[in-house]
Design a protein around this ligand. Sequence first.
Ligand SMILES: Nc1ncnc2c1ncn2[C@@H]1O[C@H](COP(=O)(O)OP(=O)(O)OP(=O)(O)O)[C@@H](O)[C@H]1O
Ligand SMILES: [Mg+2]
Length: 435
Amino acid sequence: MKLAIVEDDINMRKSLEIALGEYDEFEVVSFKSAKDALKKLDDSIDLIITDINMPQMDGIEFLRELNGKYEALIITGNATLNKAIDSIRLGVKDFLTKPFEIETLVEAIYRAKKEREVLSKSIKKQKINKVAENKSFIATSPALEGALKLVNKAAKTDASILLLGESGVGKELFANYVHNNSPRANAPFVAINMAAIPENLLESELFGYEKGAFTDATEGRAGKFESANGGSIFLDEIGEMPIGLQAKLLRVLQEKEVVRLGSSKPIKIDIRFIAATNADIQKKIKAGEFREDLFFRLQTVPVNIPPLRERVEEIIPLCEWKLEQVDNQYGVGKKTWGEGAKEQLLSYNWPGNIRELLSVVERAAILCEDDTIMPEDLFLSSRESGGKKKIANLEEELIYEALKSSNSDVDEACEILGMKKEVLLSKIKKYNIKL
Ligand SMILES: Nc1ncnc2c1ncn2[C@@H]1O[C@H](COP(=O)(O)OP(=O)(O)OP(=O)(O)O)[C@@H](O)[C@H]1O
Ligand SMILES: [Mg+2]
């Protein structure tokens, strides 16, 4: 298996190289930056192991750039755990929080390998299309009852709805639900994510443009507002909307008309607005990054969707539903719960909410032996930091190796390690390494 390590921290990178190099079946290449890796990665790579927090381009941007071309595993510090969770959306299945044991990393690598093997044998592979996949809705907890009641009532009206909640709680699913249960159900539902589109393109995406509005505009094009006419528009991650565009959006809400770029002719539109955010809008308002008047317009009906940890009653039903879906999709057969598995699912705090839960269950169903899902198959402990033999301890081994190859020449070892002499000397003392 050929592994590519992308890690800016030299100690960590070298430690990983040495530790993984001990395994005969791994061939390891490493890169000190994502940019570097993007230039040099080729088809021979089986798995990417990347850090999140790196200068220039971080791990998430890197993965986005790779666009699913390689399978990836993430190593992250606690501070960037939220970002790591973002990576689930990009298809990352396992991540490890630092410090971790090298054995845990190796296990994660084997999981990726095994999954590939199982899926390549699966007959039903990907038969179900992605669209049909997530239409059903599990909502059985008391915590969600309030939100559901509100949404059911509001759906029948034309009121603007603002969906609030952490990442992965189901805001987009709720937005769909609102539309499908509204009188506009047979008209278009158009979704646009403010965070996913570069600022300079967002305006033309939303408002459309006339021929000649800018250099590349060889033809006129309708924007998302016009496309949603008669139906609903879902403005996802509204908190990320640039302040300049917010004024324009407010006008659309008030006047119910849009003006394409390069035109002065207003076009009447009739749309229902649904917006969502996982950011703290109040904070953004205070900081002058979000218009208060727009906020009030958007949140005629604010709906708080609670995090999964407050909806534990839903965890097992969601899992059962997902297991059935995975079987339909990959033909992996029926699964049962081994001892302790359900307890783990119920006690983990799910920072990535339902998205994280579904991803964990899918992988466990594919990887488990004898059709029984055991706690190890969930691999949740890798997400909670702490462990006996920390990867940081490999530093000692690394220094030892460097000194050995330099024949105890400290200056040369410094060079190999990219470490200052006084730092190395203090570490030699700390680890009691004999020169
Ligand atoms: N109640 C539910 N029943 C079944 N699946 C659900 C439920 N809620 C969410 N999901 C699924 O979980 C995943 C995440 O949901 P969704 O994309 O709606 O979250 P989100 O709140 O928009 O997250 P983000 O803020 O990260 O965009 C999706 O695959 C969705 O289909
Ligand atoms: Mg979303």
